[in-house]
Design a binder for this molecule. Sequence first.
Ligand code: SF4
Length: 285
Amino acid sequence: MHIAVASGKGGTGKTLISTCLTHLWSNQGHPVTYVDADVEAPNGHLFLKPMVRMETRFKVRVPALEKPRCAGHGKCQEICAFSAILSAKGSVIVFNELCHSCGACILACPEQMLVEREREIGTISLGKAGSADFLSGRLDIGEARATPLIEAVVRRTNDSDRIVIIDAPPGTSCSAMAAVRNADLLLLVTEPTPFGMHDLELAVGMGRTLGINLAAVINRADLGDDRVGAYLRRESIPMLAEIPFDRIVAQAYAEACSPIDRSESFSKALTTLGDRVLATMGEAS
Ligand code: SF4
């Protein structure tokens, strides 16, 4: 069961909800895997404090010229849909950050002068956070393409007996879509503000385009008006819980601690959310 926790914008409480659901469900005895797919800024480890048991470098394949000079047909440049390779004066220049590792240029070269070389772009960490499995990707600084790493991290979670919580990147870009694409439920964390409303609509559009079941949770629910609630009702998206603003929660978050044991109102709302998510997933299966 894969639950992607996402939001149209950053700062709505996506990691707070993901990590607290991990705590809640693993304390209730469920087999849980937490996946930090926000590989450009992973921070779930700050709250779950996992014991990391293994770290592997993640590599993509990029083309390289096997010989010092090429015949200059320019077929590689012609076929590349991403403008990632330039054929010039008997040589080629590969713009690694733009390359999508499709291999088309290698096949297109009539002289077979291009080969694939591995290139490291990030790290995948595996470990344990209490009884929960912990999995996280971290993109190297300066790398432009997060999607291969996100796909690799999410691919490692195909155990159908576990509850897999995917902490997705914010927004609705390729990165967010790569993280949520195969989820059974897209749990949207939103807030009752004009920005929250605007970005929620984008996130709903992403979920519907991908054909994923949608549900929402409103964080800091008592600080705004009912526009987000009305929108969710209009769109028939189940609103599973409203989490009230609580200074104690903000303080716990700033200290990288779980607010479950510190705030009764948060703990109650989170338990309601956890129960309703599981009920929703039970109904869907
Ligand atoms: S592997 Fe694909 S994306 Fe990369 S340079 Fe070759 S054609 Fe372009």
